[in-house]
Unconditional design. Structure first.
Length: 195
């Protein structure tokens, strides 16, 4: 029904945004990744997905088409609903999520609130081939291990109270400076000096 909504951003929280356009305020449910990108904006454009369930109508919004595409892809997985899909988008970047799927990284997926082992296994099983089409170059075992170390370090930084973009930036800087084969602890220590 709606492809996107563009207008004045009259109210925002980490989980919702209200956009006014033509005198109508649309309450839109958003992931944290979208909130971080619109938090300082007065006007916003969100790509939307309308959900109608029983007597409830909800609009979900995303800063980019890639976020919306991943949201729709997640909804195609048996047992993954809108809330869980938003939680996944809020907890990891698109590239991190794709690396988890391609690398069979159950551990990282299970760190996301609400995802147990069976759900993580189902997400990997049902999305792996689709994600491989998006990322045709499969990673070597060493690259997969390194990605897991980077992902673990970012999650640790977030648990220490750093915002996701800040944590990602610090860890990426640190991983360029040192050999991350030393492990998560070494990477976190270097990342803390890069904040």
């Amino acid at each position: 029904m709606f492809d996107f909504i563009h207008g004045n951003l009259v109210h925002k929280t980490p989980t919702t945004a209200t956009i006014e356009t033509n005198g109508i305020g649309y309450k839109i449910h958003i992931p944290l990744s979208t909130f971080e990108k619109i938090s300082k904006k007065k006007i916003a454009k969100l790509y939307t997905k309308l959900s109608i369930r029983d007597d409830e109508l909800k609009v979900y919004g995303f800063f980019s088409l890639e976020e919306r595409n991943l949201f729709n892809l997640l909804l195609s997985v048996n047992g993954v609903g809108s809330s869980m899909a938003l939680m996944i988008l809020s907890s990891s970047s698109i590239s991190q999520f794709e690396r988890c799927i391609v690398g069979n990284d159950l551990k990282s997926l299970q760190r996301i609130k609400g995802i147990g082992k069976k759900t993580a296994e189902r997400i990997i099983l049902e999305l792996k081939e689709t994600i491989k089409c998006v990322l045709p170059d499969t990673n070597s075992p060493i690259e997969t291990k390194n990605m897991a170390i980077i992902s673990d370090a970012i999650m640790a930084m977030i648990s220490l109270g750093y915002a996701k973009p800040e944590a990602e930036n610090a860890v990426n800087k640190a991983s360029d400076k040192i050999d991350i084969a030393g492990g998560v602890e070494v990477l976190i220590k270097e990342a803390l000096s890069c904040v």
